[in-house]
Design a protein around this ligand. Structure first.
Ligand SMILES: Nc1ncnc2c1ncn2[C@@H]1O[C@H](COP(=O)(O)OP(=O)(O)O)[C@@H](O)[C@H]1O
Ligand SMILES: [Mg+2]
Length: 287
């Protein structure tokens, strides 16, 4: 669905993307993770034909991205910051215009507003929407065209947990209908919940990639077993044979309330690979 070989891009002599390779299978959710300034938005702009690149190849929907026709582009949904929302217009009018441009039946307008939970706010002007409602309107815009391929640039950034969950559900519904989704995020939990595959982007380079759980297992160097006793005490034991006797003894005495092995999260994997946190801005780096 998306294939890229060695994409490079610089702005005014500053290299922003260095040799990006991608191979994204149809019907999957791919997550590009990286801190602010890593090059995520630049890559989305290149993959959607909004921005040129210096070298490399990009194929989208089986075609060179530079040769996509208007009909091809109608199969691609793009949700980026405030992209394509008319502030003074109501939610319903925003979607009507978009339905016209994308030649989608007007009957889709109300069904999509209902799908994203905005039916009651249909007549509200976009500028009066809360952040969460606004995100849902932006998503409605792209879901309405039933895209084959959907690009979401930080779709839940700054949203409350309830809205975030709601948006995750809409994204998973979209995948269930056969759509391929490319999303960027700096929220590793979001990536773990949604993505079949993730790539970790740092300073314009992909530093590792894979299924979230495989990546976490691969970097699981400090395995521990965490035990919570009925007495309220917490014990952390190394994940080794030496701990077997102690665990056995606690178990046979009926002292254990809960027992867990700890795996690293995508966040700890990212820190190990880059020395940076995903929430970092480009100015702040951790040695
Ligand atoms: N149009 C542009 N002109 C010059 N520099 C840019 C432009 N767009 C992005 N950049 C720079 O490219 C780098 C990556 O930006 P961006 O792709 O927006 O990162 P992200 O989306 O991961 O936060 C940043 O250093 C940013 O300042
Ligand atoms: Mg960005």
């Amino acid at each position: 669905m998306i294939r890229a070989n060695s994409i490079c891009k610089s702005f005014a002599g500053k290299q922003v993307l260095s040799g990006i390779d991608l191979d994204i299978k149809p019907g999957t959710i791919f997550g590009l993770l990286g801190p602010s300034g890593a090059g995520k938005t630049t890559l989305i702009k290149i993959l959607t034909g909004q921005l040129g690149f210096d070298s490399g190849d990009v194929r989208v929907l089986g075609k060179d991205v530079r040769t996509l026709t208007g009909t091809d582009k109608k199969q691609i949904g793009i949700m980026m910051d405030n992209h394509g929302i008319y502030e003074r217009m109501s939610c319903v009018d925003n979607l009507k215009i978009f339905a016209d441009i994308y030649q989608v039946g007007q009957s889709k307008v109300m069904t999509t507003l209902t799908q994203v939970g905005l039916a009651d706010s249909a007549k509200k002007p976009a500028m009066k929407l809360s952040k969460g409602m606004r995100a849902r309107l932006q998503l409605a815009r792209v879901l309405m065209i039933s895209p084959k391929l959907l690009f979401l640039d930080e779709p839940t950034s700054g949203l409350d947990p309830m809205t975030m969950k709601y948006i995750h559900k809409l994204i998973l519904d979209c995948k269930a209908s056969g759509c391929t989704i490319f999303l960027t995020t700096h929220n590793m939990e979001e990536a773990s919940v949604l993505c079949d595959e993730v790539a970790l982007l740092n300073e314009g380079k992909i530093v590792d990639r894979g299924a979230p759980e495989d990546l976490c297992r691969r970097y699981n160097h400090q395995k521990t077993i965490n035990i919570h006793l009925k007495s309220g005490e917490d014990i952390e034991l190394p994940h080794s044979e030496k701990s077997a006797g102690e665990i056995m003894s606690l178990m046979t005495q009926g002292k254990i309330e809960t027992i867990h092995s700890s795996e690293p999260t995508l966040e700890t994997v990212f820190i190990e690979l880059t020395g940076r946190r995903l929430e970092d801005s480009e100015e702040v780096k951790y040695a």
